[in-house]
Ligand binder design. Sequence first.
Ligand code: 3PG
Length: 192
Amino acid sequence: MKSRVVPVLTARTADEAERACEAIVAGGLASVEITFRSDAAVEAIRRASRIDGLEVGAGTVLSVEQLEAALDAGATFAVAPSTDPAVVEAAQRLGIQFVPGAATPTEIDRARALGCDVVKLFPASLIGGPAFVKAVSAVFPDVRFMPTGGVTLENLGEYLALPSVLACGGTWITAEADGIEERARAAAEAAT
Ligand code: 3PG
């Protein structure tokens, strides 16, 4: 990830997504995750991928078909809330970084055994927050984590203070169309 904060965006329309992504870059962040939770996802990824200085990932990638569509649209990484070996294998074959999701030590280890060195911890705040991340980091020193779910500007610093945290994901920056640039800037500042 180019940024240690990755705004998660579910686009109602590709136009709206493009505006949101421009605001994210203007605020100083260089990564975005556009989820497959709307029909606009593929077009939104395509448009966002043309924005200078922005690394675009696909989120909520639950199938090989979605992974292929994301890659074709220009995504350079993909994220999921869970770990599907078929998607992991397809990502390895296609050469796109895939960050699968886990919520327990066994799930983290399963993703690791499949060859994933970055794992999304979801839903981070409900499985124990920074204390959970710290505990699992001690037993899986070769894994970097991407906590997502319940991350806010207020608790971001606690997660990012952990060396095992590659980046945090979250919807708080894009949750409302107004103020995205300001929230992105505040997150970028908190991450430095
Ligand atoms: C996701 O889309 O990965 C999570 O639902 C984000 O969770 P949040 O809305 O609490 O940031």
